[in-house]
Design a protein around this ligand. Structure first.
Ligand SMILES: O=C(O)c1cccc(C(=O)CC[C@H]2O[C@@H](n3cnc4c(=O)[nH]cnc43)[C@H](O)[C@@H]2O)c1
Ligand SMILES: [Zn+2]
Length: 353
């Protein structure tokens, strides 16, 4: 995958600044982070898979006609994850890719239902992600936390299973901090998931559903009202509703913006039409994220470069953007202060002649 889907066109120095900037990633999917290297390794273990392993064929395979096509391809990658050892390998290697980009903290969205329904033992699944989390923190210094999401299109059975896995004290992994809702939005109304979010919130988890990615601002309102969302995944269509923009700003509900993803799934027509500028202008806490980076031919560094161009940011603006993600994260106060101090030191050193 050599060509970028979205040309960031940031000056060379800004790319170098971004590459070294300590960052937090709040919206990135587990299976959607499988790089060509990881896909090849998993495909070698399971040669019956239809997912190509050659990087050029994979780039073609990861070209989507619309959101439904994206989910179809996404699930073919999910089909490659068949054993607890596959889960561990994927998680550990994803952490390595994040660490290479100076990501100090990441909340990784995992869909446990997709694994348990494919026959992976639930206990072994939890052990695999936790084992990888601890190894990644010790070896790469990157702190991982989990968001368990309901794959909405799979129905209430998947909601029940996800809520059970997230709230059962005997299963619930130590790294779990939040509860989400992913997959297609069209024909999958948010309010039906209220009881499952209520259970997760009662168990101490934060609410972070996707909303307004492929449907209108009413879905974002539903996520706020019925699912008590503390952050919104994407929230792209919020730009069409000035009252919603004001509400998100006033209540400090951050948006997890994923610019290249929105182009790749055709949720937004062109990058210059992306509403991130409107979000920033409205005073919303904007965070920039990579969603399913290898599938969209991007990574977090490239998303920062795209944001720099769209929002006309210099080094200090980029540092503020990185601090937004830390502020919006579910890290404890000491952890937030540590990463923010690191961002400040890095930026000052960079700008000092
Ligand atoms: O796993 C299954 O068997 C299954 C059955 C029916 C439906 C589904 C899904 O809809 C899974 C969707 C899956 O997509 C993930 N994802 C990744 N990127 C995005 C995104 O940008 N927007 C929404 N969802 C996304 C999500 O985490 C779900 O797990 C699965
Ligand atoms: Zn997503």
């Amino acid at each position: 995958m050599t060509d970028r889907l979205v040309d960031a066109r940031a000056p060379r120095d800004l790319h170098a600044f971004i590459a070294g900037l300590p960052k937090a990633e709040l919206h990135v999917h587990h299976a959607g982070s499988a790089s060509p290297r990881i896909v090849s390794e998993l495909a070698a273990r399971h040669p019956d898979s239809k997912v190509p392993t050659d990087p050029e064929a994979l780039a073609d395979y990861f070209t989507f006609t619309d959101f439904a096509h994206f989910i179809e391809v996404y699930l073919s990658v999910v089909d490659l994850i068949r054993t607890p050892e596959d889960v561990r390998l994927l998680t550990y290697e994803v952490a390595r890719d994040l660490a290479r980009q100076q990501v100090r903290y990441a909340e990784l969205t995992i869909t446990p239902f997709s694994s348990t329904r494919r026959g992976i033992d639930e206990r072994a699944f939890m052990d695999a992600i936790e084992d990888a989390r601890k190894a990644a923190e010790a070896e790469f210094g990157t702190v991982l936390r989990w968001c368990f999401d309901i794959p909405g299109e799979a129905g209430l059975e998947s909601a029940e299973e996800t809520a059970r896995l997230a709230t059962d004290d005997r299963l619930r992994p130590e790294g779990l901090v939040s509860f989400g809702l992913g997959g297609p939005e069209i024909g999958v109304p948010r309010p039906q998931f209220k009881p499952y979010f209520d259970r997760a919130i009662d168990a101490g988890l934060h609410s972070v559903p996707h909303a307004g990615e492929t449907t209108g601002p009413e879905t974002v309102w539903d996520a706020l009202t019925h699912l008590r969302a503390e952050r919104i995944g994407h929230g792209t269509s919020s730009a069409r509703d000035p009252k919603l923009l004001a509400h998100l700003a006033e209540h400090r509900i951050p948006l997890e913006v994923c610019p290249t993803s929105n182009i790749a799934t055709r949720a937004v027509r062109t990058i210059d039409e992306h509403p991130v500028k409107e979000f920033a202008r409205a005073g919303i806490i904007v965070t920039v994220n990579s969603d399913d980076p290898p599938m969209f031919g991007t990574d977090l560094n490239n998303e920062y470069a795209v944001a720099a161009r769209l929002l006309d940011l210099d080094e200090r603006g980029l540092a503020d953007l990185a601090k937004n993600a830390v502020t919006a994260s579910f890290l404890d106060d000491a952890g937030k202060a540590r990463i923010k101090a690191e961002i400040d030191t890095y930026t000052t050193d960079w700008l000092t002649p």
